[in-house]
Every structure is written in structure tokens, then in C-alpha cells.
Design a protein around this ligand. Structure first.
Ligand SMILES: Cc1cc2nc3c(=O)[nH]c(=O)nc-3n(C[C@H](O)[C@H](O)[C@H](O)COP(=O)(O)OP(=O)(O)OC[C@H]3O[C@@H](n4cnc5c(N)ncnc54)[C@H](O)[C@@H]3O)c2cc1C
Length: 400
């Protein structure tokens, strides 16, 4: 395996580094909007990134992207350099990260022209309407229904755990449009404007005190059938395309390395009874274990990149990244809290808080990501069944 980048790639990296260095003061402090409206600062930053080709680089110009020829190495370098510099890589969230690639693959020309550009520019924000009460891991059991009324669908049902639904302009939702079919057929992938009559958003307050999740009630919501992505009743595969992109959001090795570096710095500075955290054997052993795992995931990412460049399927190797990366991020945050000792339990604005409470919020955030987009247990089932071809567990429809 050749781990070096060629001269063109290094030239691209140099230009990007130079850009980040000269413009970093214009970048918003936070990474972006994980759903919800982008700030003016973020909109301006995103505009600059799109112009320079440092966001949506290979998305065609007619859909609002930069229009460069797709280049996997450049995409990796972009991820590496923004993560390394700690500078925002632009608008992120379910719209840009999940819906846009899904529309590019499955959407009609009209849908691509209408939705991709405004989403990339940060003008249109999205939420994901998949989960329902009783239909999370077993997503195919979803009950939200859509019936035809002329050129419209009339949608009724309830979604839950809908992140940022209270801030979103649109929802990409799974709706059962054909009754009396097998569980995985008859589901449509529908784009629903959140200001439609009959959409009600109720916040859910979590143990952190935040209300990022919502329940969304849909009562006789009228949606044009032109807002169905792909064929009506054939949305299950499209839903999986979105899930694939959701799972790829976690697992950037550069971000893992940056977190590891911050953890090492923290452990070099925190002391307990006069001894640095990094010199305490129990904590140090955990750090070394995590360091080895971060390095192995980095090598793993290079292996996946090699497969991509050769046009080969990575098979089971591609399925382990979300599970590994989310657990690693969570375990690094857990070690940081333990290294801080009593200070590790402080939250929200204490004057003794370290790094503005980032480690505490990361600890909670990554528990969430271990669950979202398919729980760790579901990921293990996928790895076992689709990756390792082990026997499938009994399915409800088979009467097991
Ligand atoms: C931070 C966060 C953000 C989210 N955002 C959204 C969003 O924007 N939109 C959206 O639609 N949903 C969202 N979700 C919901 C998420 O997709 C579901 O929580 C997840 O799919 C699990 O479903 P559930 O909560 O109903 O748990 P359940 O499916 O009821 O699972 C409960 C437990 O049983 C285990 N389990 C279930 N089935 C199996 C099995 N076959 N084998 C082994 N173990 C099993 C699970 O792993 C879990 O531990 C979000 C969740 C989180 C945590």
C-alpha cells in the first residue's frame, strides 16, 4: 500500500492550507448547523467555500455545486485539512450530508434543480422523518400512511426523535403509501414542507436539558406527489441510500486523531494529588488502547479509500466504520471526564469547567450517535449478516 500523495494532490493541499490560513477569520466559530437555520456568517462562509470549490466540490454547477471532476483524494484532503485546522468546513446536517447525495442518486431532474442548490447554500434546512413510536430499529414496521387524492398525497401519522424538526423548512420522510404489501415494499420517500397545514411539532426535552428532538404529528397533510423521490412505493432502497450517507458522517479519521491529540494535551495538564493524568497507569493504559484503535481506524480508512479508487466493494470492511468511530469518540470523551476527576461532572457554565464543557457535551453527543442511524446492536447484526454472511436472526414477517 502506497501511503504517499502524488504531486497534484500535495499542490491541492497546499492551496487549501493557504486558503484556510488567509480566510480563517471569516469562518464561523462552530462547525455549522446540524439542522436548523444557518447564521448570516455561515451563509457567507458557505458561499465562499462553494465559489472556491472547497464545498460541494464535485456536485454539478447546474445543481449549485462547484462542478469539479469527482476526485476521491481531493475529498479526503478537504476532510483532513478542515479537521486539522479546526476551521468550519461549511454547512452540515441532514440536508447537505444525507439528502443531497440521495437526491443526486435517486431524485428527478426537477427535484435536483429545486432542492439541491438551496440546501447546499444553507438556505433550506431539513429534518429526517424516519422513526416512529414502535418503529426505530424495526423501521419497516412504520405506520405513517399516504393516500392518493388526485395529484396529492394525504399523509397521516406520527414521527419521533426528529432532530431539529422545530427549525427545519422541510422533512424527508418515509410514508407507507401502498397497503397490504410486504413490510419493505409500499413505502415512499416523501419531501414534506414543514409549514404545510396539519404539521405539528412538539419538542422532547432530554436529560441534558436541551430540546433538540421532537415529535412530529402529521394530520391530513397534503403533499404533491411530485415530492415523492423515486417511484411511489419503492422508497425502501432510497431510505437506505440516506442511511448509508448518515453512517458515513461519523468516522473521519482526521477528526478522531484531532480528538486524540486534545485528549493527550488534557491528560498532560490535569493532575490528581500532584500526578499528571497521563502518568497514572490506569488512565495511561486506556489512552494507549484508544491511541492504537484510532491508528488502526486510520489505516482502515486508507484501505477503504484504496478499494474506492480501484472501484472495488469493501464488503464487511465498509460496515464497521460507524460502529467503531462512534464508540471510539465516546470512549475518548469518557477518558477525558475520568482524567478530570471531580471536574469531569461539571456541566454548563461552571468557572472550573475545562474546554468550555466540550468534553461533557461530546460524551453525551456520542452516546446519541451510537444510537442514531441504527444502534450499535443493529450495526453488529448488519456486520454479522450482510458482512460475514452469518445466519439471519428470525424476522417478524417470517413468524419467528
Ligand atoms: C441523537 C439521536 C438523533 C436522532 N435523530 C433522528 C432523526 O432526526 N430522525 C429520525 O427519524 N430518528 C432519529 N433518531 C432515532 C433513532 O434512529 C432511533 O433511536 C434508533 O433507530 C433506535 O430506535 P428506537 O429508539 O426506537 O429503539 P428500539 O428500536 O426500540 O431499540 C431498543 C433497544 O433494543 C435494541 N434492539 C432492537 N432491535 C434489535 C435487534 N434486532 N437485535 C439486537 N438488538 C436490538 C436496540 O439496539 C436498542 O438498544 C435519533 C436518535 C438519536 C439518539
Amino acid at each position: 500500500m502506497d501511503l504517499t500523495y502524488d504531486a497534484d494532490s500535495e499542490r491541492f493541499r497546499g492551496e487549501l492550507r493557504d486558503f484556510i490560513l488567509r480566510h480563517r477569520d471569516l469562518a464561523p466559530k462552530s462547525q455549522g448547523v446540524m439542522g436548523g437555520r444557518a447564521t448570516r456568517e455561515m451563509l457567507d462562509w458557505q458561499k465562499l467555500l462553494l465559489e472556491r470549490g472547497y464545498a460541494a466540490r464535485s456536485i454539478p454547477r447546474k445543481y449549485g455545486g462547484h462542478g469539479a471532476t469527482p476526485n476521491l483524494i481531493e475529498a479526503i484532503i478537504l476532510g483532513e485539512e478542515f479537521a486539522r485546522s479546526g476551521v468550519s468546513s461549511g454547512v452540515s446536517g441532514p440536508g447537505v450530508d444525507m439528502l443531497v447525495p440521495t437526491l443526486l442518486e435517486h431524485g428527478s431532474e426537477e427535484q435536483k434543480l429545486r432542492f439541491v442548490g438551496p440546501t447546499l447554500r444553507g438556505e433550506l434546512s431539513w429534518c429526517q422523518g424516519y422513526s416512529e413510536p414502535g418503529s426505530g430499529s424495526d423501521l419497516a414496521s412504520l405506520q405513517t400512511s399516504g393516500t392518493s387524492d388526485g395529484s396529492d398525497l394525504i399523509v397521516n401519522g406520527q414521527k419521533v426523535w426528529t432532530s431539529s424538526a422545530h427549525l427545519a423548512d422541510m422533512m424527508f420522510a418515509l410514508v407507507r403509501t401502498e397497503a397490504n404489501t410486504k413490510r419493505h415494499v409500499g413505502i415512499s420517500y416523501v419531501l414534506i414542507p414543514m409549514d404545510s397545514a396539519g404539521v405539528e411539532v412538539h419538542p422532547l426535552r432530554t436529560m441534558t436539558g436541551a430540546s433538540e428532538f421532537n415529535q412530529v404529528y402529521l394530520s391530513d397533510v397534503r403533499v404533491p406527489q411530485t415530492n415523492i423521490v423515486g417511484q411511489r412505493g419503492e422508497g425502501w432502497q432510497i431510505a437506505h441510500t440516506t442511511l448509508k450517507h448518515e453512517r458515513q458522517v461519523a468516522g473521519n479519521p482526521t477528526e478522531l486523531e484531532a480528538t486524540l491529540r486534545s485528549l493527550i494535551t488534557l491528560m498532560e495538564n490535569e493532575t490528581r494529588n500532584g500526578v499528571r493524568a497521563i502518568d497514572q497507569s490506569a488512565l495511561r493504559e486506556r489512552l494507549l488502547d484508544l491511541q492504537a484503535r484510532v491508528l488502526s481506524l486510520k489505516c482502515h480508512a486508507m484501505r477503504l479509500l484504496t478499494c474506492d479508487l480501484r472501484g472495488e466493494s469493501p464488503g464487511v470492511a465498509g460496515l464497521v466504520v460507524k460502529l467503531q468511530a462512534c464508540e471510539l469518540m465516546h470512549q475518548m470523551a469518557a477518558l477525558a471526564l475520568d482524567a478530570m476527576g471531580d471536574l469531569g461532572i461539571l456541566y454548563h457554565g461552571s468557572k472550573y469547567e475545562r474546554a468550555e464543557g466540550t468534553w461533557q457535551s461530546e460524551y453525551m453527543t456520542w452516546i446519541g450517535f451510537i444510537i442514531a442511524g441504527g444502534t450499535a446492536q443493529i450495526q453488529k447484526n448488519i456486520i454479522a449478516e450482510r458482512g460475514l454472511r452469518l445466519p439471519r436472526e428470525p424476522r417478524p414477517e417470517a413468524g419467528g
